[in-house]
Ligand binder design. Sequence first.
Ligand code: ADP
Ligand code: ADP
Length: 206
Amino acid sequence: MRLVFVGPPGAGKGTQAQFICERFSIPQISTGDMLRAAKAEGSLAPELVATMAAGGLVPDEAVVALIEVRTVREDCATGFLLDGFPRTVPQAVALEAMLSKQGSKLDVVLALEVHKDLLIERAVLRRTDKRTGRIYHLKYNPPPADAVLEHRGDDHEDVVKKRVETYEAMTAELLPYYAALGLLRRVDGVGLVEQVKARVFEALGV
Ligand code: ADP
Ligand code: ADP
């Protein structure tokens, strides 16, 4: 199962990705997580740190290089879920070339759809447990008392708004691109986590 998961910031990709990855025994590959890890260890170029903080997109070459190295690791032999990549058509073209070189191709592109008003609330109240990586929400999915909570620096209203705009501008081309290839399946991301999970599994035929 080689799957691309697309959706605006705060749509619930990370939450649903955990279920999909468990079901198909595939790793979740998030360029956002990889970039944040690089930043934390001090190896991310300062201009990319600034771009992320402002809610813009880092250059295609930077994320393509990360994916190129990651997708050839052994745990990707049975597939992978790409979360937050590709975000632009040039990234999608680079991914296709990369997979074709490895003798494989994408199976499906899942687009999680959530309207703008909900995205702000979902992202601003998102918290992650540092120890487990689990995603919580202060209102909809409260963390346990012993969680060590992390609040992303870009999960503040003004930056979330900017990220949603960036998403709309840059991915307006990406979805038609995948639709034309016959790979795109749209899933309604509004509802309880369990309801969305059922729709996601149905879209994947499981
Ligand atoms: P993304 O990876 O798309 O940015 P996340 O999976 O991190 O999104 O979810 C964003 C926030 O919304 C998190 O706080 C998460 O707990 C919460 N969330 C996810 N799915 C739902 C849902 N169906 N209903 C309410 N809140 C949700
Ligand atoms: P989101 O909650 O917006 O889906 P991510 O964790 O996927 O957030 O990404 C965080 C930030 O990392 C983005 O705002 C962007 O600056 C950068 N980023 C992640 N993936 C990509 C990508 N494929 N192309 C360009 N920039 C990216």
